[in-house]
Design a binder for this molecule. Sequence first.
Ligand code: NAP
Length: 259
Amino acid sequence: MFTPLAGKTVIVTGASKGIGRGLALRFGQAGLNVLVVSRHLAEAEKVAAEIGANASGFAADITRVADCDAMAATAVERYGSIDVLCANAGIFPAAKLGEMTEADFDHVIGTNLKGTFLSVSAVLPQMKAQKQGRIVLTSSITGPITGFPGWSHYGASKAGQLGFMRTAAIELAPWNITVNAVMPGNIHTEGMDGMGEAYIASTAACVPMKKLGSVFDIANAALFFASEEAGYITGQGLSIDGGQVLPESPMALDEMGTA
Ligand code: NAP
């Protein structure tokens, strides 16, 4: 039995759609106050309305220090604390080496890695004052474990988040602040729907579980990291991928057999 988190406060960045929306809905269901953050207020407010009275929207671009600081100040003003930060906002435009520009590289690293640093930095004064906090980064299997053509910058940003996490976890341990990461495999988001059924089926075929993950598979793991009971876990990344990184060759999938 887990200690209820009702009444605590979570900030979820990148919460207008996809995995962030799933995080916001799941934490909202668990009774936390949710600050739903994206660059577009109307989109953030739509998700907040789905959650109910314990949620509200806020517009912030996580690449901007002032926006991140305003995000943290607003959570405290509206709800009185920041118990959990889900630093989830991220982008994944593709560009192969040789075509990738310096601007492409800076955009991805600036959003995914520097944006993580800025979001975390913004909540620290409040979490340190509380002597308690939970930070959950959304990394990926891409970068820390796997690669995919077109995503060298993205993979670097997602592996970089884990490097950031390990030192942050040590530095913040004295304040009882944990820093962990969820590492999603292929998750069924609204964006994935646009890729078509054939793409979804071929992606699912590469996963031992033979299906894509849901946004709630990620949210449930994040909720665990946010729990009282996970208080002694810090600096850890958890793959949530239906076993996708396990087969050592396509033959391993062929040899699986059926139940
Ligand atoms: P998504 O559906 O494209 O949603 C991205 C979210 O981030 C949106 O809410 C977007 O809102 C927000 N966002 C983007 N740039 C932002 C910025 N500068 N400031 C504030 N918010 C920003 O993406 P997703 O697939 O759910 O991915 C979410 C996270 O999971 C990312 O970190 C991604 O790397 C990671 N991930 C996803 C998968 C997957 O299969 N989907 C797999 C592994 C890892 P606005 O546009 O309104 O700002």
